[in-house]
Design a protein around this ligand. Sequence first.
Ligand code: CA
Length: 228
Amino acid sequence: MRKKVLVLEDEDNIRGFVVINLRRAGYDTVEFALGEEAYAYLREKNDVSVAVLDVMLPDISGFEVCRRLRGSGSNIGVIMLTAMSQESDKLTGFTTGADDYVVKPFSVVELVARVDALYRRVNGGGFNADTIVDGIFELDLRSRELHKGEKRIELTQVEYLLMKSFLENRGRALSRDDLLDMVWSKDYQGDLKVVDVNIRRLRLKIEDDAAQPRHITTIWGFGYKWES
Ligand code: CA
């Protein structure tokens, strides 16, 4: 499935703002102002992972879109945008098959975080070959993002490749040469110290206490090992 989010919202400025922020977060987007049009798109195409549906629309409601979607057997992620005054919307949303809801007025950061969480869930979570899960760590091989619990850890590309190498070789001692081959390619002519420098930086990001690392442990005179 593509990393595409559908945004259904009749208020142009809100829709535009949501779309811009989702794109910044790395999603493709498709947008609609009418429920019937959004539903027609979803029924026809199969490239949307998550749909953000406003409830109040000029034609059919976001709930109706969701109800029809579920009725047709769709299992895409659905987030409802509900009005603050309507507490019952939350309940209605869940009974129509929504996965999550965000109350208006909402923070777009919060909405993107919900989309991220739902996207990961829709795409299989821990059972998906596109993610490697180890305890509280979750490495997304598509978006190249690392999460430690709820916290997203920003990685450089080198740090990402180190992390991937470790998680694919859990419990195995990896020499500095092994890591150089995996991360910097076999042609790399530089100093082995580049491994140590990057490990030190990665530890600062992922360990609770980088001075006493529990996950990336040192094998003296050899290299490093990932401890689950
Ligand atoms: Ca509306």
